[in-house]
Design a protein around this ligand. Structure first.
Ligand code: ADP
Length: 651
């Protein structure tokens, strides 16, 4: 068993706690190895010196006075207790220490012992904590969002960041003091919504809600709030972390944007409405101009008059095309263009369209090269009528802007992205690189406004919009003086299953041998025409005047028309759509319901050429839809057909 002095010695030597003993005036008598470690002095260096050397200023200066007072009065705040303080190391640096002082007597001598432990790592921890707290405070006070931490049951706020003052006009202290205060800021109109949202989401781990608050100064603001349940590391009380952000500016900007969009949509709708009305108004007089020109063409004319008439018709048709194109662009802009997308055999559309422009090609002595056999197998998903309209425009341009005796080559192909292309390449004047960007801008003729080549500059704009509406695009390449290549690219599609693979087969019924004889026996035909426009009525009078056996019964109003139809039992009814009292469409419905007129042919006549409207009227039982200006040949065709029908049961 070791001697107790040895045991004490070992503890003294191996302890991490330093022991320093001094006499009454502070001279160091004992300096343990741990004290050497803490202060960087060896016991040899320090024993015999005053303990004040181990103290940094201001403690060092004070020490002697404290000791004198203590020895005098016996009063000390240090002796017999411990405290955090600083020590001075031999290299002049400070070291955080915990020091506890006690006093004892040996042989009547007063001795003092200081037990010292190094607090460097605790001080570092404490500093880290303080720093982190400081950073958090900086963050919380500089961020515009409010951070809130609260318990769920009982309902109590643990922390509310200072931004609460900016958003709600309320101090964090006031908000913490009254847990119900926050909710009372909710705008009265949003209270129910917020309550319900929170109730619905009470079992969700997080929730976001946007609502209005009324600040303490009475101002209404929009706030976005996110609630999130927080798992505490100790697994104790459940907490809710809440972030509140003022989103008023964003909300207002969004509202402004919606209003601006609605305004733009309203303006666009007004533009379309205006264009549609204008085109209707323009087409009515045009109807008369073109109609009477067609009638005159049937007459014997003096030499030169045919040429003048041809000019009138040509200008009239040009104007009509322009009106229709402007109307189409407006419809596409407003999203009102109705398209019937179906598999379209492009070889068919190309051959038909080339057929339409062939006379113009011949007139200019151009050569047009149609696509090869390979094109037969290509199908696109598109509106057949609109593809041919766009292609017709490209071909017309290739003719107009070609050089004399130039060439036009039409080809098809597959694009890398799987789309199908139709290319029209010409050997014409071409387009300069700087102008290429503007080819699709309406009414921009790229400087050709004063040239002899006719045009209004909207053909390409319309074609481009049409192709885009069919989910395709038009690409252009051009070399001035060499030629241009315009390519329509449309989505490819497999051939329609129910389509006849041999389009050349004629499906029309074979005429019976007696048909011709029957036709020659023309019967009397009563036609009721309901039309409020005098010019159109006069045109029809002139048409009828040339048709022996046809009687025209006129009405300017729908109701009068119905009376006449009832009394005259006509063989053919022609209805204008826009009548002063009831609309042509309503008359059509009525007439189709009446047994006496359920089967009578009814031709609808209107300047409104929208395909959707035409289809609706055909679905309602119209026999045909004639667009003004009426094609007189079509009307004559109806007369001829009805006059040559068998006469059984007719008046
Ligand atoms: P328009 O032919 O009625 O002027 P478009 O919209 O069809 O209007 O064409 C716009 C412009 O693009 C034309 O005025 C012309 O300058 C140019 N352009 C179009 N097609 C060709 C072409 N094949 N070759 C040269 N220039 C062309």
């Amino acid at each position: 068993m070791p001697h107790s002095t040895e045991i004490l010695r070992s503890i003294f030597d191996s302890s991490v706690v330093g022991v320093i003993c001094t006499d009454a005036i502070g001279t160091v008598t004992v300096f343990s190895p741990a004290a050497e470690q803490i202060f960087g002095y060896s016991a040899h260096d320090i024993i015999g010196r005053n303990v004040a050397v181990l103290m940094p200023d201001p403690d060092r200066g004070q020490h002697r006075k404290y000791m004198a007072r203590y020895l005098d009065t016996g009063v000390s705040t240090f002796i017999g207790s411990g405290r955090e303080t600083m020590g001075l190391r031999s290299d002049g640096t400070s070291v955080p220490i915990f020091l506890s002082l006690s006093e004892f007597q040996i042989d009547g001598q007063r001795m003092f012992t200081g037990i010292v432990s190094d607090r460097t790592s605790e001080a570092a921890d404490r500093k880290r904590l303080v720093d982190s707290e400081e950073r958090f405070q900086q963050l919380a006070s500089n961020i515009d969002e409010v951070f809130i931490l609260r318990t769920t049951a009982p309902y109590r706020y643990l922390y509310i960041s200072p931004a609460v003052e900016k958003i709600f006009g309320l101090t964090a202290e006031a908000a913490i003091a009254d847990p119900a205060l926050f909710f009372s800021f909710t705008h009265p109109d949003d209270v129910e919504f917020v309550r319900k949202t929170m109730l619905d989401a009470q079992h969700e781990s997080s929730l976001e809600v946007e609502y209005r608050i009324v600040r303490t100064d009475g101002e209404t603001r929009w706030v976005w709030t996110r609630y999130k349940h927080v798992e505490t590391s100790s697994g104790g009380q459940e907490l809710l972390a809440i972030v509140v952000s003022d989103v008023t500016e964003r909300r207002l900007a969004k509202e402004r944007e919606v209003l601006a969009r609605q305004e733009a949509e309203r303006a666009n709708a007004a533009k379309t409405e205006f264009l549609s009305r204008m085109s209707h108004e323009l087409r009515t007089p045009l109807n008369a101009i073109l109609g009477f020109a067609q009638l005159l063409e049937l007459d014997e004319l003096a030499p030169g008059q045919h040429e003048s008439l041809a000019q009138i018709s040509k200008a009239g048709r040009h104007l009509l095309q322009l009106i229709n194109e402007v109307l189409d662009i407006a419809r596409i802009d407003a999203g009102h263009l109705s398209l019937s997308l179906e598999p379209v055999r492009i070889a068919e559309v190309i051959h038909e369209t080339i057929g339409l422009v062939q006379p113009l090609v011949d007139a200019r002595a151009l050569t047009i090269i149609p696509p090869g056999e390979g094109c037969e197998s290509y199908y696109v998903l598109a509106d057949r009528h609109r593809v041919s309209q766009a292609l017709l425009n490209l071909l017309s341009n290739a003719i107009k802007y070609n050089s004399d005796r130039g060439r036009i080559e039409v080809s098809c192909g597959l694009q890398l992205d799987g789309m199908t292309s139709i290319t029209v390449a010409d050997t014409g004047i071409g387009i300069g690189q700087v102008d290429l960007d503007r080819v699709f801008v309406p009414f921009d003729r790229l400087g050709l406004d004063r040239s002899d080549i006719e045009g209004a500059g909207i053909g390409l704009a319309l074609s481009n919009s049409l192709v885009k509406a069919m989910h395709g695009r038009i690409e252009v390449q051009s070399d001035p003086g060499v030629g241009s290549r315009f390519t329509i690219v449309l989505p490819s599609v497999e051939r329609a299953l129910d389509e006849d693979p041999d389009p050349s087969r004629d499906g029309s019924p074979v005429e019976s041998p007696g048909a011709e004889a029957q036709r020659s026996a023309l019967r009397k035909l009563v036609v009721v025409y309901v039309e409020d426009n005098p010019a159109n009525m006069r045109l029809m009078e002139s048409v009828v005047a040339r048709c022996p056996g046809v009687e025209l019964v006129q009405a300017q109003q729908g109701r009068r028309g119905l009376e006449l139809i009832e009394s005259r039992r006509p063989h053919l009814i022609m209805l204008d759509l826009h009548l002063p009292d009831i609309s042509g469409e309503e008359m059509l419905r009525k007439l189709r319901r009446e047994p006496t007129t359920a089967d009578t042919p009814i031709l609808m006549v209107s300047a409104d050429a929208s395909p959707g409207r035409a289809q609706r009227l055909l679905d309602l039982g119209a026999s045909a839809y004639l667009t003004k200006p009426v094609d007189i040949a079509e009307v004559l065709d109806w007369f001829k057909r009805l006059q040559s029908e068998p006469t059984d049961g007719l008046p």
